[in-house]
Ligand binder design. Structure first.
Ligand code: ADP
Ligand code: MG
Ligand code: MG
Length: 258
């Protein structure tokens, strides 16, 4: 079993144009274990993507207080690729395009980067695994020969993030709005992909605005983030309650002024 622990995390973002810094996360606490699926909901601009980018170690996100522990070891000083090798994966809200690198090449090097030199995946095994996962996600072979995310539609990008997830098999996946811009069929496919990963070696943190996704991927724990903090944690029914009563209802209930 692996654990990911966020302790009193404070994060500032640098605005490169204005040369200013602003505190976005104001003391986030969260503990997850493999075998569990957690969801984070919250209004726009509250810091959900900031949290996922900071866990992954993206630049411009400065931790000013607190810690992020993976199996009791601080990962704050590790660069993104080292965190990935340790088992973390981020499906970004806005996946980047990488012209000149095909999807298949990217996947193979991402898998091999996480393996030792004498244990690289063979071409045969890679293609077998790729075929299996393309079928789960109802994706065509031709998608893998295209340059990474270049000219992909919004829905194709999301599906492709999940293909990466299935191929890379991380211990912890941070899935940032994998449901945005998906029609109901694509949503089902993406959910099926995530659900196929469920097991004792896998945990996920699903960031979403909408309860809809959580009908397909049942979370064990739901957190609500507002104003850069987790203000409430509950079971799957918390998401339903939020959908019905909105964030305003929760603000009133908790007496929050944010
Ligand atoms: P959410 O994902 O909950 O919608 P974000 O984490 O994307 O929220 O954003 C939190 C706040 O940080 C917002 O006010 C947003 O404008 C600001 N922000 C996010 N990313 C950047 C950035 N790269 N540079 C400057 N401000 C940013
Ligand atoms: Mg947002
Ligand atoms: Mg976001």
């Amino acid at each position: 079993m692996a654990t990911l622990e966020i302790k009193n995390l404070h994060v500032e973002i640098e605005d490169e144009e204005r040369k200013t810094k602003r505190e976005i996360l104001k003391g986030v606490n969260l503990v997850m274990k493999t075998g569990e699926i957690h969801a984070i909901m919250g209004p726009n601009g509250t810091g959900k993507s900031t949290l996922s980018q900071t866990i992954m170690g993206q630049k411009n996100y400065h931790v000013t207080q607190g810690d992020i522990l993976l199996n009791d070891e601080s990962i704050l000083d590790m660069p993104v690729d080292q965190r990935a090798r340790k088992g973390l994966f981020l499906a970004m809200q806005y996946p980047a395009e990488i012209p000149g690198v095909t999807n298949a090449e990217f996947l193979r090097s991402a898998i091999n980067a996480r393996r030792s030199e004498d244990n690289q995946i063979s071409v045969m095994d890679f293609l077998k695994e790729l075929d299996k996962n393309l079928e789960i996600l109802d994706m065509s072979q031709s998608m893998t020969e295209r340059y990474l995310n270049e000219g992909f539609s919004g829905g194709e990008k999301k599906r492709n993030e999940i293909l990466q997830l299935l191929m890379i098999k991380p211990n912890f996946a941070l899935l940032d709005e994998i449901d945005s811009g998906l029609d109901i069929d694509a949503l089902k496919v993406v959910s099926k992909g995530v659900n196929s990963m469920r097991g004792s070696d896998f945990g996920a943190l699903i960031i979403t605005h909408y309860q809809r996704l959580l009908n397909y991927i049942k979370p064990d724990v739901v957190h609500v983030m507002m104003g850069g903090r987790i203000v409430k944690t509950g079971a799957a029914d918390l998401a339903v309650k939020l959908e019905n009563e909105g964030y305003a209802g929760l603000r009133d209930e908790l007496g929050l002024d944010i």
